[in-house]
Structures are given as structure tokens and as C-alpha cells.
Ligand binder design. Structure first.
Ligand code: ZN
Ligand code: ZN
Length: 518
């Protein structure tokens, strides 16, 4: 079989891997590139194989960097099945149309510019309509259910503990009488998160395709994130400003809601109203509460006790644009809004109205991709551009890294070490180059593992074709058999000239073998 790295190679976003056997093409993830403009341009390139030729898409979770190009795949001819867990399917039902809406808005803005400059208009990568057309291709799978894709290929999803419904995917492929097992880690969760379970450990695998987002970092916060959040809420309240939290609509917003709910229940909150200002986060929250069965023990326990973190007095979900705009005048308010990297959505308005206010706090709780507005703020830029305006950064900028839904370096190493026997090879993806390199180094030197950091478009043959060492072995065997035959000839009594020729030939042969051996 062949494995090709079509995305998330040397970068965090754009996850896409193609697994090919003699008769079957499987795409694992079909993600969108996010971050700086040159990177996002890649979303417009055509697929490396005709989408019609792909039999299955296996999707680990709903995040756009894993699912975002599915509507484009279908628009371009894909006719197969997309397997994902039930929460992933439902989250995609809101995330993909939302992603399409963002594309359409962005293209409309670009086209206004293009028209003024006399240039031809461009088309969005896909439209809202394309996104809706892709939904019937999804088919829900349960964790741990074994699904046979073909007589020679079977697969299984297990809980990745990253976001609701997230999975790692095991694929077993039988070829030439031998079976090989691949594991695609998807995004590996951080342990002890609210709501989701801890990531699953896997018994064995021949090849592992593994994320490395935090391959070079330890989250390293001793204090529990709920306590850090509590401290920042009071600090902002005392300064008289707003606490603005850019948060991914899926999982992070619900994690924060869960902690705010606990703080309110324990009567530890100041008089600060909380607003969730993101239609997407509101829709995602509704999907979450429908799937208690995917919660960890603690969160599921609360619900069994009749508690409902969904209905929290003091937490409001804005519905209209007017309600959202009213927050521009807010004081002593907690505003949770998307997108998590501040690339789009209502959060940009809240940053515009709060970044320049020293009494406000902007709290990051998730990964900020290279080049994103969130990264610029977090990296300490003095001013940033929002909607064409220059905005000074005077607010307190904070980051509670342990809210991350990604395992850190220690968590990643622990996950790999849980395999009962070391995999033959580990491919590190979904990381910026320094992060993947640091993790590769750690896994090679401290754990003695065979690690590759593939480059974009790299193709690997699995199992790898015979190595140089094996070829040397073959030369040696060949030499021995030729030598034996020649010795036989010598012993059978031939003339001196022929004898001399044969001896010279043998010396040459030995010379070649020795050279190959070096
Ligand atoms: Zn993710
Ligand atoms: Zn991801």
C-alpha cells in the first residue's frame, strides 16, 4: 500500500492523507488550511487525485482543519461514503455551512475590490449550498465498532478525547498474505479536560500517523485552569473592564461554560454577566447537550443528578446582531466569542472595542496558528489591524494554555509509549516544523523509535521496499552461488588460460562485494 501526505505536513492545518491499496483509495481527513494568506491559498488548488476515484473519507473529528474541504471534494465528484462519529456528523452539519458562509463573504469582499480594479471575479471554494449537498454523504459510526470497508480492509474508531466525538482511527490492511495496521491519531486530547474523556491508548500498530501540535511544549501550569480563570475574572472585574475570550465554537466554549457554571454554583463569581456571542457556538452547545453519552464520568454524573449546565442563569446566548452590537458598550462583562483564532466572526468586533482599553482583558484559551490575528496579539504586537483600522493593544493579554484540547509534549510521548510494542515507524504530522522536530528528536533519542517527519506530498510505500541492507544480502547470496559454480568448473580440469580468467573474475566479484558492503 501507499500512503501520501497531502496536508498537515510541516504545518498544523489542512490535514489530509491518502491511503491506497491495489483496489481502494481512502482519504483520511479532508481539512482546510488556516492561518496566513499564502497558506490559505492552498485551499484553492485542485485535489492531487480525482475526487471521484476516492472510495471513502474517514474523518477523525469535526474541526475545519480536518473536515473543511469535504464540500469541495463532493463538488468535484466524490461519490463514496464519509465515516465519522455521530457528534462529528452533527457538528459538521453546522460547521461546514458556517465555513461556506465565511468563504462566500470573503470572496464577495475580494470581488468588490476586483471589480474596482477591473479584474475578473473569483469564485468561493464552495458555497453554503455545496456544504448542505455534502451532508448526505456522511455515515455515523460508533466507537469500537469494527467496519469492513473491503474484504481486505477493516477499520475502527476509538475515542481521542480531543473534542466531543473525536476519534483515532485504526485501519488494518491485508496485502500479499500479510496484515499491517495503521493508526491515525487525529488530534490527541489533553487529559483531565471537562466534558470529554481522556484519550484512548492503543495496543499495537505497525505504522502510526501522529499529530505533533505541542511537540515542543509543556502546558506546564500547576494551578488548575478553573482557578486561573477565576483569578482573571476577579482581576478584570476590579479594573472595571470586560473579559473577552476568543474561543473555538466547539468544545472550548462548552469547557468554559462548564467552568463558569461550576463557579456560579459555588457562588464564587462577581456580578458579571456572561455572553456567548457566536451563533455557531450556540448551535454547537445544543449538539453537545444532546450527546451526554459521550461525556466523561464527572460531566455525565452532574446531568444524572438532574443538574443542567445548559440552563445557567446569568449566561446569555445572543441571538440578533443588535444584541451583539449592544456589547460594544458593555462594561464588566464576560464575552465569549468565535472564531478561536480571531480570523473571522464577531470576536473581531469585540477585540476592536476592547483591545485598546487597559482595563479590559483578552484571554486566549486555544492554539493560535502562525499568522492569525490571535497569534499577532499573543506574540505581543503593539498594534493590530482590524476591519482596516489600526487598534492599539493595551488590554491585558493572557493565555491559559491548559485549556488546550491538545496533549502537550509529555502527553504525546506518553501516548506513544502506551503501545505494547514499539510501532515500526511513526510519521509526525499536524505540527509546525520546530514542534515536529522536537518531538521526533525526543521519540528517537529517549524512546528509540523510528520517526519520520514527512514533507508535503511525500509518498511512502508500506511496508517500505527492501532496504540497502537487504539488497547487500542478495548480492552476497548471488556471489556465493556463482563462486560455488566456478569452483566446480575449476575442479573439473580446464585449461590454464580459462582457469586464469575464472580466477580474475572471482577476484573482481569479491572486490564488488566488498565495496557494496562499505
Ligand atoms: Zn482538532
Ligand atoms: Zn487539528
Amino acid at each position: 500500500m501507499r500512503l501520501q501526505f497531502l496536508g498537515a505536513a510541516g504545518i498544523v492545518t489542512g490535514s489530509c492523507f491518502l491511503l491506497e491499496t491495489a483496489n481502494t483509495r481512502i482519504m483520511v481527513e479532508c481539512g482546510m488550511y488556516q492561518g496566513r494568506k499564502e497558506i490559505r491559498e492552498r485551499n484553492y488548488q485542485s485535489f492531487k487525485v480525482p475526487p471521484r476515484s476516492v472510495d471513502y473519507v474517514l474523518l477523525t473529528h469535526a474541526h475545519i482543519d480536518h473536515s473543511g474541504l469535504i464540500p469541495k471534494l463532493i463538488k468535484n465528484g466524490f461519490k463514496g461514503i464519509i465515516y465519522a462519529t455521530a457528534p462529528t456528523v452533527e457538528l459538521c452539519e453546522v460547521l461546514l455551512p458556517d465555513s461556506a458562509y465565511i468563504q462566500e463573504m470573503e470572496v464577495e469582499r475580494k470581488n468588490r475590490k476586483n471589480r474596482r480594479a477591473g479584474r475578473n471575479p473569483i469564485e468561493p471554494i464552495y458555497t453554503i449550498n455545496d456544504a448542505y449537498k455534502s451532508l448526505p454523504y456522511f455515515q455515523a459510526v460508533n466507537y469500537d465498532e469494527i467496519i469492513r470497508l473491503t474484504p481486505d480492509i477493516r477499520m475502527r474508531f476509538v475515542d481521542a478525547g480531543h473534542i466531543l466525538g473525536s476519534a483515532m482511527i485504526e485501519i488494518c490492511v491485508r496485502e500479499g498474505g500479510a496484515e499491517k495496521k495503521l493508526v491515525f491519531s487525529g488530534d490527541i486530547g489533553n487529559k483531565d479536560r471537562p466534558i470529554v474523556k481522556d484519550p484512548s491508548y492503543i495496543d499495537d500498530a505497525d505504522y502510526v500517523i501522529m499529530e505533533s501540535t505541542y511537540g515542543a511544549r509543556l502546558h506546564g501550569q500547576e494551578e488548575k485552569e478553573i482557578e486561573l480563570l477565576h483569578g482573571l475574572i476577579w482581576a478584570t472585574y476590579n479594573k472595571g473592564g470586560n473579559l473577552v475570550i476568543p474561543a473555538f465554537a466547539v468544545e472550548r466554549t462548552q469547557d468554559l461554560l462548564y467552568h463558569l457554571y461550576l463557579l456560579m454554583k459555588e457562588k464564587r463569581m462577581p456580578a458579571m454577566p456572561v455572553y456567548i456571542d457566536s451563533p455557531l457556538a450556540t448551535a454547537a452547545t445544543e449538539i453537545f447537550w444532546k450527546h451526554h453519552d459521550f461525556f466523561d464520568e464527572e460531566a455525565a454524573g452532574l446531568i444524572q443528578e438532574g443538574e443542567d449546565p445548559h440552563q445557567i442563569p446569568g449566561i446569555r446566548f445572543t441571538k440578533t446582531v443588535e444584541e451583539s452590537m449592544a456589547l460594544n458598550k458593555a462594561d464588566r462583562t464576560i464575552i465569549i466569542s468565535a472564531s478561536g483564532m480571531c480570523e473571522a466572526g464577531r470576536i473581531r468586533h469585540h477585540l476592536k472595542y476592547n483591545l485598546w482599553r487597559p482595563e479590559s482583558t483578552v484571554l486566549f484559551v486555544g492554539y493560535q496558528a502562525d499568522g492569525s490575528l490571535g497569534r499577532q496579539i499573543l506574540d505581543g504586537q503593539k498594534t493590530v489591524r482590524i476591519f482596516g483600522d489600526e487598534i492599539a493593544v493595551k488590554a491585558d493579554i493572557k493565555f491559559i494554555e491548559s485549556y488546550s484540547s491538545h496533549a502537550d509534549q509529555a502527553g504525546l510521548a506518553e501516548w506513544v509509549n502506551s503501545f505494547r510494542k514499539p510501532p515500526q515507524e511513526i510519521f509526525l504530522v499536524h505540527g509546525e516544523p520546530e514542534a515536529s522536530a522536537a518531538l521526533a528528536d525526543l521519540l528517537r533519542t529517549q524512546h528509540g523509535l523510528q520517526v519520520t517527519v514527512p514533507v508535503l506530498q511525500q509518498v511512502v510505500e508500506l511496508p517500505p521496499p527492501e532496504t540497502a541492507a537487504v539488497q547487500e544480502d542478495n548480492i552476497k547470496t548471488l556471489h556465493d552461488s556463482i563462486a560455488a559454480r566456478l569452483q566446480g568448473l575449476l575442479a573439473s580440469g580446464i585449461d590454464n588460460e580459462t582457469r586464469g580468467e575464472i580466477l580474475r573474475g572471482l577476484t573482481d566479484l569479491e572486490h564488488i562485494i566488498n565495496k557494496a558492503g562499505k
